[in-house]
Design a protein around this ligand. Structure first.
Ligand code: NDP
Length: 296
């Protein structure tokens, strides 16, 4: 979609002929918080780099990937609905992307493109940063969409047992089968809304309760909350979903998905810049995302 210069007064960046270019592809992409987050990181690190959104039609994904090479774009993030399509067009995928068949990050190393998937690793980093145990846990996953796949894969790889519940049971079965293909016996399907199987951690990967439907809540049996599992909601707007406030009333430790968003971005940056993750300014990135949420 074409934009006219000056339509967005906030877009005042120092860009020169020597700036490195990064970006995010989506369809649509205008909701993405990644430009604010990554440009804040570049500014904090004092890098001559710019990160821009591109609305890419799914049918043009192969041309867009050729464009990365042709234009010398250094790195790209990929969001819905392009993650699977992009993976199919890339010559090299990291092991996580190979298992999942999706990418959310492309790294351009002198014209050689490699695809990565940092959503699951970003989720694991978020859990660890909260001081929550990240292995040997029983994890109840609500949902079986794209984010559930990434989260389930990384949780299984870290040695957790997964109980997967989804409104559409067949999708939960597909996800459990995909996990068990790579990590045998680690995933099973449980009933949506009525499961009382005890868990150490509940992860909501559904969009239920997301702005503007703040009043909605995925069904979680009170019995399950009574044993005070930790509860992580991938949603970060609103800051506290109905699910999280319910869980808090039962004395559960809770977290929204802001950490996952920031850490998956920080992992992409670390790959693009070939720098250790602990040198990435995650606080500046989090601050930038919070500002975009407050501005809505
Ligand atoms: P998908 O569209 O791939 O999956 C959506 C999931 O939500 C499916 O399991 C779907 O169930 C379920 N769902 C949707 N509506 C309902 C409903 N009314 N009742 C019950 N279940 C429902 O989306 P994603 O996995 O990409 O994203 C899901 C959420 O995670 C979004 O809120 C997104 O913003 C958030 N997210 C956060 C990230 C972060 O970094 N914090 C990263 C990625 C996503 P069914 O199969 O039955 O349709």
């Amino acid at each position: 979609m074409m934009r006219t210069a000056g339509q967005d007064e906030r877009a005042s960046l120092n860009v020169s002929g020597t700036s490195s270019v990064y970006g995010v592809w989506g369809y649509p992409v205008k909701h993405s918080r990644s430009p604010a987050m990554h440009n804040a990181a570049f500014a904090e690190m004092g890098l001559n780099a710019v990160y821009v959104p591109f609305e890419v039609e799914p049918a043009l994904i192969a041309a867009a990937i050729d464009g990365v090479r042709a234009l010398g774009i250094c790195g790209i993030n990929i969001t819905v609905p392009l993650k699977e399509l992009a993976a199919a067009c890339l010559p090299d995928l990291d092991p996580v992307s190979q298992r999942l068949g999706v990418v959310n990050t492309i790294v351009n190393r002198a014209g050689n493109l490699t695809g990565y998937s940092t959503d699951g690793p970003g989720f694991m980093w978020a859990i660890k940063s909260l001081g929550w145990p990240a292995s040997g846990q029983v994890v109840h996953i609500l949902g079986a969409g794209g984010s559930a796949r990434a989260v389930a894969d990384s949780l299984a790889e870290a040695g957790n047992r997964l109980l997967i519940a989804n409104r559409t049971r067949e999708r939960a079965q597909d996800l459990a089968a995909q996990v068990n293909k790579h990590f045998p016996g680690q995933a099973e399907v449980v009933a949506w809304g009525t499961s009382v199987e005890p868990a150490d951690l509940i992860v909501n990967t559904t969009s239920v309760g997301m702005h503007p439907n703040e009043g909605d809540c995925p069904p979680v049996d009170a019995e399950l909350l009574r044993s005070r599992p930790r509860v992580y909601d991938l949603i970060y707007a609103p800051e506290e979903t109905r699910l999280l406030s319910n869980a808090k009333q039962y004395g559960c430790d809770i977290s929204n998905g802001l950490g996952m968003l920031v850490y998956q971005g920080a992992l992409s940056l670390s790959l693009w810049l070939d720098r250790p993750v602990d040198t990435i300014p995650v606080l500046a990135m989090e601050h930038a995302v919070r500002n975009t949420i407050a501005a809505k």
